[in-house]
Ligand binder design. Structure first.
Ligand SMILES: [Zn+2]
Length: 122
């Protein structure tokens, strides 16, 4: 069962949901140093949060606010440094979508620019 399934089943403040999310963190802690050593930058986020009752289709902050962690400068398709996070920033889901569109090299995607330091494309 994945984190989302556990949230629906047990709720966003349950011990089971917390345990499942921590398991994902443990996996990242194990693998992230190896991926960084291999030259990869990492961007970890989610497509939604989870309410106390196990829902994520509403407007509540617990459902719409998501984490954004970056390890190393996130680069564009040509390997250029594209985004360094603003440590005081709080990007929205739409800004994260804009960041991912930029990383994928999509043009005219229409999403807002994410917070952080953006390096213009050459
Ligand atoms: Zn779901």
């Amino acid at each position: 069962m994945n984190v989302d399934d556990e949230g629906h089943r047990s709720g966003g403040v349950s011990r089971a949901y917390d345990r499942k999310a921590r398991r994902q963190g443990d996996l990242l802690a194990r693998w992230a140093p190896r991926w960084r050593a291999a030259g990869y930058a990492l961007l970890v986020t989610a497509d939604h949060g989870m309410s106390d009752l196990g829902e994520h289709s509403g407007p509540e902050a617990a459902e719409t606010r998501v984490p954004l962690y970056t390890l190393g400068p996130v680069g564009g398709p040509a390997g250029e440094a594209l985004f360094l996070p603003d440590p005081h920033g709080s990007p929205t889901q739409l800004q994260i979508a804009g960041l991912l569109a930029e990383i994928l090299g999509l043009r005219d995607h229409g999403f807002a620019a994410p917070q952080g330091i953006l390096t213009p494309r050459a």
